[in-house]
Design a protein around this ligand. Structure first.
Ligand code: PEP
Ligand code: MG
Length: 853
């Protein structure tokens, strides 16, 4: 018979996947001799079986729970449900992948009307016993029976300290809402609590969180049944959370928060604002020393920064959880560099464990240090980065306005897991309550969003939809700026500037560069972007889209003349005017990229994109031209090389400008640029053969500089016939934006925000194929093209320039395909460098340590 339950000190093979992060942490701490309460873990297998059967405990589970409960009674010397000296347990969720605050926990399970009296007598602490009971009724009511939290918190607000009164009120709320009285049978409480935790895996908020973080829906959660230890027993008790290093900056040293005489959920919920953990030093010196020593040992054991939860009961320390700490990108880099210096980990491990997606955070805007502004209020600097946006007071509004492209700041008393969709949509988060480890702070750091928490000068009137910030009245829709690095809140918009890169960033990326095989280039259309790309470590330009040069104010009229031309001569006259502009653009880019390859793509978009809308046409001639150029499916129409073949003089002018620029730069600097001329949207060998001839003939007339001629691969036919196309190409560059559209038959403009959004919501597709390469479809076409292209030309140069070139998983796929380089937007170059190194490390067997808990 399958086994579903393990004591913390029982060995299993299943590890994190079976026991969940919390369960495995408790088991490992137990093995290390760290003080943890006794208890057992119900496995994720049990949760999966429960879900698969539509809500039935699998056969044998109940008996197994009874058996482990009996053992727990033996270990603790107390009996579950005993009216005289009851054993109390917490029932805690714990998935294999960390989902902070997403799922449910119920404390004090096992108390009832009789046991509360026994607990009071045994502990000599009447207050504590009754407080524990009212917490059970509240958490159990909310979690197991889904009673609205405000029902309890309203009563708490009114009745405050009258604990016997509160218990009676809570029990009547419970009876009123459920139609039955609060269960007095301890085993019934436990069984229903376990079910509630299983079911919390499938709440809308947990699903939303998983979708956002690409966590599969079928993992399930484990359930930990843990002997209660009490932080709310008086002045020698308390509870806290701590990090082994600062999760915002990565600086070494103790970092955490502590609440005396409280239970854990008080800290996380942000109901009371906690003190720094150092406050324990005087109050509870022995427990404090043991905490420091334990944290040191845990970090040494896991070789990673830890995030722990602990409780002190009557002076005795217990750890309730340890996990790899969620941290900002800056902290991840600093801690990794420090751990290499301390000899705790090797450089390869340091590189392997940084999340490339997270580096984005370092590339977040900050407030321009040269502007002056008035700080309206200050809160805690809970998650770095700055953002401006309209105030919204609830998550749904944040989502609605965010969908319309409006920048919003979600402003709340405090956030809860139900706000997750609004936090995803918002540019930043501001809360009036809560500390550095409140829900808002933890979630924002994970998302890399600016957050200011615990801003006490803020108060909200949610009915009137107004806020008061240090006395200034603000309406929903008013713009504010927050700086999550300093905690500052400013009324109005402030100039933000892009961030620069620090030393730790350079160090880790330098290590990554030593480890990777893939080269990383940037997509850049201007000398400024090229310079930025170089600063970020780009090794060339993989895609320069020339159409952007046609759009500039001083060019567009000439481009329109060219399109309006009635014959080739008129067209050539207009193109002659464009040529010097294009040439000087290319010279600037070649100089910025001196010594590195630059791929320039000839004109791609359909010509109507350069004309105004019909209503704005200047005359009848233009109107009729616009009509003539109109297409039902422009994405599949007269664009790319089809345009070049129809109007060869356009590509001739561009080739002349490229070659002219290259030879001018060579003459000026003595260094010839490495030029690659690229033809878009090729599907047939004959297209490229003709265009190659045109390119070579034109270039020869211009200069003797060297250059390569190649093609984008962005049509399925080009992948299938890559062997023939390679005869005409020195290089291939996968245009996976168009290849995704053409392979999937999705028009991007008609998919995103429309059916694709539904597909992602409903789980038809797990990830957006325009963001993460569809490896099994589009990727397979790429593999065919690579294999067939190389069959014709073994040394053909291969790259990717679609947006996937900057997405970590897609970069890893490109490594495995054996491409020579990836090319992405300048800001994603660092991330691609890191992902490329991780791909090489994974191939060599160095995987990232699992982070979570
Ligand atoms: C592509 O299709 O992937 C590509 C890079 O070209 P564009 O996005 O300009 O169509
Ligand atoms: Mg394209």
């Amino acid at each position: 018979m399958e086994r579903y339950v393990y004591d913390f000190d029982e060995p299993t093979e299943g590890g994190r996947d079976l026991l969940g992060g919390k369960g495995i942490g408790l088991a490992e701490m137990r093995q290390l001799g760290v003080p943890v309460p006794a208890g057992f873990t119900i496995t994720t297998d049990a949760c999966r079986a429960y879900m698969a059967s539509g809500g039935q405990f699998p056969a044998g589970l109940e008996a197994e729970i009874d058996e482990h409960l009996a053992r727990l009674e033996e270990t603790t010397g107390k009996r579950f449900g005993d009216p005289d000296d009851p054993l109390l347990v917490s029932v805690r969720s714990g998935a294999a992948v960390s989902m902070p605050g997403m799922m449910d926990t119920i404390l004090n399970v096992g108390l009832n009307d009789a046991a509360v009296e026994g607990l009071a007598r045994r502990t000599g602490n009447d207050r504590f016993a009754r407080d524990s009971y009212r917490r059970l009724i509240q958490m159990y009511g909310e979690t197991v029976d889904h009673i609205e939290p405000h029902r309890f918190s309203d009563a708490l607000g009114k009745q405050g300290d009258d604990l016997p009164g509160l218990i009676e009120t809570f029990k009547s709320i419970y009876a009123e809402e459920t139609g039955h009285s609060f269960p007095q049978d301890a085993k019934e409480q436990l069984g229903r609590a376990v079910r509630a935790v299983f079911e919390s895996w499938d709440t809308p908020r947990a699903k939303a969180y998983r979708r956002h973080n690409h966590i599969p829906d079928d993992l399930g959660t484990a359930v930990n049944v843990v002997q209660m230890v009490f932080g709310n027993k008086g002045e020698h008790s308390g509870t806290g959370v701590a990090f082994t290093r600062d999760p915002s900056t990565g600086e070494a040293g103790l970092y955490g928060e502590f609440l005396a005489d409280a239970q854990g959920e008080d800290v996380v919920a942000g109901i009371r604002t906690p003190e720094p953990v150092e406050s324990m030093r005087e109050r509870l010196p022995a427990a404090f020393d043991e905490l420091i020593e334990t944290m040191r040992r845990l970090e040494e054991h896991y070789k990673d920064m830890q995030d722990i939860e602990f409780t002190v009961e009557d002076g005795k320390l217990y750890l309730l959880q340890t996990r790899s700490a969620k941290r900002t990108a800056a902290a991840a880099l600093k801690a990794a560099v420090a751990m290499v210096d301390e000899g705790l980990i090797a450089r390869e491990e340091a590189v392997a464990r940084i999340d490339p997606g997270q580096l984005d955070q370092l590339l977040h805007p900050r407030i321009d240090p040269d502007v002056t502004y008035v700080v309206a209020a200050k809160g805690l600097n809970a998650s770095p980065g700055a953002a401006s946006g309209q105030i919204v007071f609830d998550a749904d509004t944040a989502e609605d306005r965010g969908r319309d492209g409006v920048s919003v700041i979600l402003v709340r008393w405090e956030t809860t897991p139900d706000d997750i969709h609004g936090m995803i949509a918002a540019q930043g988060i501001l809360t009036a309550h809560g500390g550095m480890t409140s829900h808002a702070a933890v979630v924002a750091r994970g998302m890399g969003k600016p957050c200011v928490a615990g801003c006490e000068a803020l108060s909200l009137d949610l009915d009137a939809r107004t806020a008061s910030l240090n006395g200034t009245r603000l309406n929903e829709g008013d713009v504010i700026t927050i700086d999550g690095g300093t905690g500052e809140v400013i009324v109005g918009e402030v100039t933000l500037i892009p961030p620069d890169i620090n030393e730790d960033f350079e160090t880790v990326l330098g290590w990554a560069d030593d480890l990777r095989r893939l080269k990383v280039r940037a997509n850049a259309d201007t000398p400024e972007d090229a310079a930025k790309a170089r600063e970020f470590g780009a090794q060339g330009i993989g895609l320069c889209r020339t159409e952007h040069m046609f759009m500039a104010d001083d060019r567009l009229p000439v481009v329109r003349d060219m399109i309006m031309a009635s014959d080739e001569d008129e067209r050539r006259a207009a193109l002659d005017k464009l040529l010097p502009h294009q040439q000087s653009d290319f010279e600037g880019i070649f100089e910025a990229m001196a010594g590195l390859p630059v791929t320039i793509r000839l004109l791609d978009p359909p010509l109507h994109e350069f004309l105004p809308p019909l209503e704005e046409a200047r005359d009848d001639r233009m109107r009729s031209r616009i009509r003539a150029l109109q297409e039902a499916n422009p994405m599949l129409g007269t664009r790319g090389c089809r345009l070049g073949l129809q109007f060869p003089e356009i590509y001739e002018m561009q080739v002349r400008a490229i070659i002219g620029a290259a030879s001018a730069v060579r003459d000026r600097t003595g260094d010839a640029p490495l030029v690659e001329i690229m033809h878009p949207l090729v599907g047939f060998q004959e297209e490229l053969r003709r265009l190659r001839d045109l390119t070579v003939a034109t270039a020869e007339e211009e200069s003797d500089v060297e250059y390569l001629v190649g093609t984008m691969i962005e049509l399925p036919r080009a992948c299938i016939r890559a062997d023939e196309i390679a005869e005409q190409a020195d290089f291939f560059s996968f245009g996976t934006n168009d290849l995704t559209q053409t392979a999937l038959g999705f028009s991007r403009d008609d998919a995103e925000g429309k059916f694709l959004t539904h597909y992602l919501q409903d789980g038809v597709l797990e990830r957006n194929p325009f963001e993460t390469l569809d490896q099994s479809g589009v990727g397979e076409l790429m593999a065919i093209a690579v294999e067939r292209g190389r069959r014709t030309k073994p040394d053909i140069k291969l790259g990717i320039c679609g947006e996937h070139g900057g997405e970590p998983d897609s970069v890893k796929f490109c490594h495995a395909l054996g491409l020579d380089y990836v090319s992405c937007s300048p800001y994603r170059v660092p991330l691609a460098r890191l992902a490329a190194a991780q791909a090489a490390l994974a191939e060599a067997g160095v995987e990232a340590v699992s982070v979570g808990g």
